[in-house]
Design a protein around this ligand. Structure first.
Ligand code: NAD
Ligand code: UDP
Length: 314
C-alpha cells in the first residue's frame, strides 16, 4: 500500500510510519518539523520512505502518487507548543485537513483518517467521555487554537464524507506517551521523566488532583491502524486511549520512585481551562475495532524512561 502520514516526523507519526514500513508498505511523509524531528525517521529504509520537509498548508499533494490511506496528524499537540504557535496550529488543522480531503474528493487518495483529540471534549462535564458527548470548550481561551481547530477539522471531515461520499474515519486520541517525544515537548510524561532523571524539581501544575489516562504509543498506533484498515466503517468517530486514570500527583510519585530520583515536587500555577479530569470510554473501539490497550502504565513508563535516559546522555 501507499500510505500518507502528515506530521510523520513527530512522536506518534514516526511510530505509525515504522509500523507500515515494517510490513513492506511505501510511506510518504509531509512534515515541516515545527515540533517534529527528522531523527525519528532517519533510520527507516530510504526506498520505502519519501520525506517532504514541507508545510501541509502549501504542499502540493497532487504531486504524490495514488494513496491508499491518508493519515492527517500534522499539528502541534503539546499545550506548550500549540500555545507558542496558535496560528500555525489552527492552519494545520483547518487548511491542512481541507487540502488533504480535496485529494480524496479528486479520488487520488482513497481514505482519510483524522487524528482528532480528547481536547474536543474540553473541560468535560461528563466522565468518562463517550463519543456522543459534545464537549465543554472555551472558544477563545488559552487552548482554543487547538480545541476549536480540531473541532473544525472534525466538522470539515464529516462534511466531505456527507457531501462527496468520501471514506473518512476520525480518531479521538487521548493522552499518549512513549519514545520519540522531544526532550522539550512540554507534556507531562516527558517533563516528569526528564526532571526526575536530572534530579530537578518535578513541576506539578495546580494542586495535582486533575486526572489524565495515559496510553502507550505502540497500543495507540495499533488502534489507529485498525481504524484505518477495517472495512465498512466509513464515517465512524472512535475514542482511542487507555482508560487507566491517574492524578498528576500519582503520576509524579510513580516516576519519582521508578527513577530512584531525589527530585523535590514543586507546585506551579496551572494554565487556563486545564481539564480537571479525562478518561476515555473505549467501548466503541472494543466493539468495532476489537481494540484495547495492552501495555500497563508501569511498563510503558519504564520503556519511556529508558528512551529519555539515552537522549539525555547524548
Ligand atoms: P508531535 O508534535 O510530536 O507531532 C506533530 C507533527 O506534525 C510534528 O512532526 C510537526 O512538525 C508536524 N506539523 C505540525 N504542523 C505542521 C504543518 N503545518 N505542516 C507539516 N507538518 C506539521 O505530536 P504528536 O503527539 O505526535 O501528535 C500527532 C497528532 O496526534 C496531532 O494531530 C495531535 O493533535 C494528535 N493527538 C496526539 C495526542 C498525544 O497525546 N500525543 C493526543 C491527542 C491527539
Ligand atoms: N502538567 C503538570 N506538569 C507539567 C506538565 C503538565 O502538572 O510539567 C499537567 C497539566 O497541567 C495537565 C496534565 O499534566 O493537567 C497533562 O498535561 P499535558 O500537557 O501532558 O497534556 P494535556 O492533557 O493537558 O493536553
Amino acid at each position: 500500500m501507499n500510505i500518507l502520514i502528515t506530521g510523520g516526523a513527530g512522536f506518534i507519526g514516526s511510530h505509525l510510519a515504522k509500523h507500515y514500513v515494517d510490513l513492506g508498505n511505501k510511506v510518504f511523509i509531509v512534515d515541516n518539523l515545527i515540533t517534529g524531528n527528522k531523527n525519528n525517521i532517519a533510520y527507516l529504509p530510504p526506498d520505502q520512505i519519501s520525506f517532504f520537509e514541507e508545510d501541509v498548508t502549501v504542499f502540493d499533494f497532487s504531486t504524490l502518487p495514488h494513496i491508499d490511506i491518508a493519515y492527517h496528524l500534522a499539528s502541534p499537540a503539546s499545550p506548550i507548543q500549540y500555545k507558542k504557535h496558535p496560528i500555525e496550529t489552527m492552519r494545520a488543522n483547518s487548511e491542512g485537513a481541507y487540502r488533504v480531503l480535496e485529494q480524496c474528493k479528486a479520488r487520488k487518495f482513497d481514505r482519510f483518517i483524522l487524528a482528532s483529540t480528547s481536547e474536543i471534549y474540553g473541560d468535560p462535564l461528563i466522565h468518562p467521555q463517550k463519543e456522543t458527548y459534545f464537549g465543554n470548550v472555551n472558544p477563545v481561551g488559552d487552548r482554543a487554537c487547538y480545541d476549536e481547530s480540531k473541532r473544525y477539522a472534525e466538522a470539515m471531515t464529516m462534511s466531505y464524507h456527507m457531501t462527496f461520499d468520501i471514506d473518512i474515519r476520525i480518531a479521538r486520541i487521548f493522552n499518549t506517551y512513549g519514545p520519540n517525544m522531544e526532550l522539550n515537548d512540554g507534556r507531562v510524561v516527558s517533563n516528569f521523566i526528564t526532571q526526575a532523571l536530572e534530579n530537578n524539581p518535578i513541576t506539578i501544575y495546580g494542586d495535582g488532583t486533575q486526572t489524565r489516562s495515559f496510553c502507550y504509543v505502540t497500543d495507540l498506533v495499533l488502534g489507529l491502524v485498525k481504524l484505518g484498515e477495517t472495512e465498512d466503517i466509513e464515517g465512524e468517530i472512535i475514542n482511542l486511549g487507555n482508560p487507566d486514570e491517574k492524578t498528576m500527583i500519582k503520576l509524579a510519585e510513580m516516576i519519582h520512585e521508578m527513577t530512584n530520583s531525589i527530585s523535590d515536587i514543586s507546585f506551579e500555577s496551572i494554565g487556563e481551562d486545564d481539564p480537571k479530569m479525562r478518561k476515555p470510554d473505549i467501548e466503541k473501539a472494543d466493539k468495532i475495532l476489537n481494540w484495547h490497550p495492552r501495555v500497563s502504565l508501569e511498563k510503558g513508563l519504564i520503556k519511556t524512561t529508558e528512551y529519555f535516559k539515552k537522549m539525555l546522555s547524548k
